[in-house]
Design a protein around this ligand. Structure first.
Ligand code: MBD
Ligand code: FE
Length: 282
């Protein structure tokens, strides 16, 4: 195990909470009318009512749920709980009206303002960064096939031990994160290392829930991306690895067959793969 430098749920949760609150684009209200709020919240409460009746929920169970919800807040685990258990429902709904590359959830560990990198680049990493070298290359295009030069491929992923920079105290800021700008042909080639499967922090209330329900805490190895181009709808997505462990049992239910890549060894110990992104106009 790597417990000697494992970030605690409370530690990474506090960082994720702070990062979310700092992001100016999320501070704006959703702009929903009172009718819409009443409709949505009213239906959530009705759904809870339905569950209470169907499962004949008892007072001790209600009190346990109440205590758990309070501990999630106290432990700073709301970003984790919501992004693991709820975000995929919203992403699925939104993606029904989105053309081009399939999206996936953002999760709790995006950090804006990373180093801008040229189209052919190596992600910032430690000199002794562990993990199989991986080169992800491709092209960003609009849905009509026109290349998008100057598009941004904002990429972040866990290291070979499954930890994210900014959410694990032993990692340097910006490690395995970057904003890659596509060249005149909309192309990019990013050298990095293969991420490991990710175990969500399980020493806090989220872990206690997983344990109580008999669910495992793993996400398959994945690379997060946010692909932006002027005048186009940003795609937030993730790429997964063929035959990867937990592909079919992602605790965050965020995999899609279209997002599974199959890097091949180039004979020199580097795994290479191509993935193109298609953005629709906004
Ligand atoms: C992650 O790395 C992640 O992608 C999600 C969705 C939840 C927790 C950790
Ligand atoms: Fe992740």
């Amino acid at each position: 195990t790597h417990e000697h430098h494992s970030p605690t749920a409370a530690g990474s949760g506090a960082s994720a909470t702070a990062a979310f609150k700092e992001s100016s684009t999320r501070r704006s209200t959703a702009g929903s009318s009172p009718e819409r709020v009443a409709g949505i919240v009213g239906d959530i409460l009705k759904a809870i009512d339905d569950v209470v009746h169907r499962h004949d929920v008892t007072y001790p169970e209600y009190q346990a749920a109440k205590a758990w919800l309070m501990s999630v807040g106290e432990g700073g685990e709301w970003p984790l709980v919501l992004d693991v258990f709820v975000e995929h429902f919203v992403e699925d709904q939104v993606s029904r009206s989105q053309h081009g590359t399939k999206g996936s959830i953002e999760g709790p560990y995006y950090l804006p303002g990373q180093a801008k990198l040229s189209a052919e680049c190596t992600l910032p990493m430690r000199p002794d960064e562990k993990g199989t070298p991986l080169v992800l290359s491709g092209q960003v295009r609009d849905v009509d096939g026109n290349p998008l030069p100057g598009a941004e491929v904002d990429i972040w992923h866990a290291d070979d031990e499954g930890y994210y920079a900014g959410f694990a105290p032993h990692l340097p800021d910006g490690n395995l994160r970057g904003v890659v700008v596509t060249d005149d042909h909309g192309r990019f080639a990013i050298r990095t290392v293969q991420p490991a499967p990710y175990q969500i922090p399980h020493d806090g209330p989220t872990g206690a829930l997983l344990e109580s329900a008999g669910w495992h805490p793993w996400r398959p190895a994945h690379i997060h991306l946010m692909v932006r181009a002027d005048g186009h709808r940003t795609i937030t997505t993730q790429l997964y690895f063929e035959a990867g462990e937990y592909l079919d049992s992602d605790v965050a239910a965020a995999t899609k067959p279209e997002l599974v890549i199959a890097p091949a060894d180039d004979g020199a110990g580097v795994r290479r793969v191509t993935y193109d992104f298609e953005l629709e106009k906004d």
